[in-house]
Every structure is written in structure tokens, then in C-alpha cells.
Design a protein around this ligand. Structure first.
Ligand SMILES: [Zn+2]
Length: 412
């Protein structure tokens, strides 16, 4: 067997660990599932019950998931292959071809999101704190990993998210896997002393290898007290939902400051929203945008404060330097401090703004609108916002844009 074929077979053997690492389970099913023997789990797209029964515990066995039930995505006649490549593609919303090339490029053969992640954590701790580190990063990360994500989200967490206008049940399975609620939990500091925290937990990075926690207390969000006391970060400040950057649908990419705003954009109908952690921290985002294969319009949706404005100006320049990326400022409008404020204040208007931005992006891609034309529209909307007429103006622009599309269609 050549090396390529051997690696492919070995990767197929990681399907069980991948399913377990991504917690694709219905209620109580996780207990009966093992990466070595298999069990039942849920389709990452439609949530229907599927089975994986391992024929042999040897890595050379190409494990399949055909053996139990099927859905439109997996099993007989399914959209994706019933193996690690198909499952990875479905979980991360990328093509199977991309999943294949990404997994085959991995140097270490491990299930994405499991052993590789443990090694990364151990390595980071060694790098940051030397050989004498007391394992506090690993212990803290294990606690965060073991929280219930997605369907296992606690009702307290759901209620807290709903307070911010975010509905976890209407999110995709992949997004739900990135959000959790942590009841009061004890963490270790590097000096070995303990501290307690509770809050909404966001997994960051491609394999969820770091976290941002928005602190809450007794069913409320902890408010700002001068410093950035509202957040706890664990691990590198990687992007939230960076996977959406690879989306090939032609929809624009909204870039926000922080996961709440990204989820708010998605609530308002945006397909792709990625968050940087802090307005000035773009290196991971730029890295991911450079890897994108198709052209895209990227709306920068930062807060209109000093840090947000400076960060947005810098990001605009960085995105301009990437071939195929057209950056545009997102007109937040009125007195809103961030996109979450907008969905809380006026959901309908938030949806219209996202629809307008999506219309601008498709018009640019189709060659119906120049970048200059897009800037004129955004400027006009900002002027209307300053006069308190933003919502009406946005509706007018949306109808105008739709009219243009109808005209083009007729003449085409
Ligand atoms: Zn399915």
C-alpha cells in the first residue's frame, strides 16, 4: 500500500473519536458510545439518528456509518461519504474535497479535535510556563471541554442567551457546538490558587482549542467595571466561527468584535459571521482570509468606539491587501453600540440591514455594482442614520436593489 493510501485508511479509523470529540449525540446516547466500538449518534446537519458499528479495532478497517439508519446526508444515497472525510465536511460546512485535503495535510495522525488538541494544550503550557507548570491549563481546559454544548445546553444558558436576543435552538448544529453555559466552576490560576466563575462559554479556533467566557452571575450578565472584567480568556485569542470563512455560497462574510455580535448577525439572517476577540487582534483572521479560494465581500462590523474605529481602519487595509477580498464598512446605524444592540432595539431593521449588505455583496459579485457605488450607498445610509431616518432609507435601498436585480433578469 502506498503512503497516501495508508494515511487515508488510518484517517478513516479516526471517525469514532471525531464523533465523540464533537459530541454528536442525542440525550443519553453519549454514554453508550465509544470511539473503539461505536454506537449511535446524530447527523450533524439534520439531527437524525445514525449508527457507527466498528467491524474491527484495527486502524486499517475503513469504518463506515451505513450500518444503522440513514438520512439525506449520510448512509445509502446520502449527500456525504459515510466516513471521516464526509463527517468532517458536514460538521465544518466545507466541501468533501476540502475536508480531504485538509485532513491529509495534517502531520500528526489524530482525530481532529481530540489527541492533537490535548498535545497542543500540553505544549502551550510547557512553552508558556516551562517544564515545571502545574497543569492548570490542561485542568481548566478539561472542565470547559466537558460542558454540555449544543443540545445539551443547560436551560439557564438558553435563558441568558435569549436575554441577548439569541436563540440557540435555531442555530445550526455546528454553531451550537461552539456555545455553552458554565454554572459556577472552579478554575486554577498559574500560581495554583483557585477561583470561581460562571458564564457563557464560546469555543474559539478551528478545533475549539481555546475559549472566551462572558461572565454572568445569578442569571444576569456581569457588567463592566472599568477593566474588561466581563470576559475570561483561556488559550490564544483565536477567531470565533472561523470555519465560515471557507463558505463557497457567495454570501458576504461579516466580521464582528466578539461572538455575541457574530451570533446576532446570524440571527438577523447573515449566513457567515466570524468574530475576532478584540478590535485590534486580526492575525488569525487574516491568515484564514488569505486561504480562502473564492472572491468575497467582507463587511467590517466593529463597535463605533475609539478602539473599534481604529481596529476597523487597520483591518480594512489588511483585507484590501488580500487578492479577491472586497472589504466594506457595515453601517450599524443610529445609537447602537454593536450589532447585538441593533437586534435588541429593532430586529426588523437589523434584518433589513443584513439583507441590504447581502444584496450589495451579490451585486458586486455579479458586476452590477462597483465598489464605489457600494460606498455611496453606505454613506447615504449613514447620513440618513444621523438624521434618524436610517430604517426608512435602508428599506428604500433594499427595494431599489431588488428592482435592479429584476430589471437585469428581464434583460438577461
Ligand atoms: Zn442528516
Amino acid at each position: 500500500m502506498d503512503q497516501q493510501e495508508e494515511k487515508k485508511r488510518a484517517l478513516k479509523g479516526t471517525l469514532g473519536s471525531f464523533i465523540a470529540a464533537n459530541r454528536l449525540f442525542g440525550k443519553g446516547e453519549e454514554r453508550y458510545f465509544s470511539p473503539e466500538r461505536g454506537g449511535t449518534f446524530r447527523c450533524p446537519i439534520c439531527g437524525r439518528k445514525l449508527g457507527l458499528f466498528v467491524k474491527s479495532d484495527g486502524y486499517s478497517d475503513p469504518w463506515g456509518i451505513n450500518s444503522f439508519g440513514h438520512c439525506p446526508h449520510f448512509g445509502h444515497g446520502g449527500e456525504y461519504s459515510s466516513d471521516i472525510f464526509g463527517m468532517y465536511a458536514a460538521v465544518y460546512g466545507i466541501s468533501e474535497k476540502d475536508a480531504f485535503s485538509r485532513l491529509m495535510k495534517e502531520e500528526e495522525l489524530t482525530a481532529p479535535g481530540t489527541r492533537r488538541r490535548q498535545m497542543q494544550i500540553a505544549e502551550r503550557e510547557r512553552q508558556e510556563y516551562g517544564a515545571a507548570a502545574n497543569g492548570f491549563i490542561r485542568k481548566n481546559m478539561e472542565k470547559l471541554d466537558s460542558l454540555g454544548y449544543g443540545k445539551r445546553m443547560l436551560p439557564e444558558g438558553k435563558a441568558l442567551l435569549e436575554k441577548r436576543g439569541i436563540h440557540i435552538d435555531s442555530m445550526s448544529q455546528r454553531l451550537r457546538g461552539l456555545v455553552s453555559y458554565m454554572p459556577e466552576t472552579e478554575f486554577l490560576s498559574k500560581s495554583g490558587s483557585a477561583y470561581k466563575a460562571e458564564g457563557i462559554v464560546f469555543r474559539l479556533g478551528q478545533d475549539g482549542s481555546s475559549f472566551q467566557i462572558r461572565k454572568t452571575h445569578g442569571g444576569s450578565y456581569v457588567s463592566k467595571d472599568g477593566s474588561d472584567f466581563r470576559f475570561i480568556s483561556m488559550g490564544p485569542a483565536d477567531c470565533f466561527n472561523a470555519e465560515c470563512i471557507a463558505d463557497a455560497s457567495g454570501a458576504p462574510i461579516f466580521i464582528t468584535e466578539g461572538p455575541f455580535d457574530a451570533l446576532s448577525v446570524i440571527e438577523a439572517g447573515g449566513r457567515n459571521a466570524v468574530a475576532v476577540i478584540g478590535a485590534g487582534n486580526h492575525s488569525r483572521l487574516i491568515e484564514a482570509m488569505r486561504k480562502r479560494e473564492r472572491p468575497a465581500v467582507a463587511f467590517i462590523c466593529f463597535d463605533p468606539d475609539e478602539a473599534g474605529k481604529n481596529g476597523a481602519a487597520k483591518l480594512y487595509k489588511e483585507l484590501m491587501a488580500i487578492d479577491g477580498i472586497t472589504p466594506l464598512p457595515f453601517p450599524l446605524g443610529g445609537s447602537c453600540h454593536d450589532f447585538n444592540d441593533l437586534i435588541m432595539a429593532d430586529r426588523n431593521s437589523a434584518e433589513e440591514r443584513i439583507a441590504l449588505a447581502s444584496g450589495i455583496a451579490s451585486s458586486i459579485s455579479a458586476g452590477y455594482l462597483s465598489k464605489r457605488g457600494a460606498f455611496r450607498l453606505i454613506k447615504a445610509l449613514r447620513t440618513a442614520d444621523a438624521e434618524g431616518k436610517g430604517a426608512e432609507r435602508c428599506s428604500e435601498m433594499l427595494s431599489w436593489l431588488r428592482g435592479e436585480w429584476r430589471k437585469r433578469k428581464k434583460h438577461a
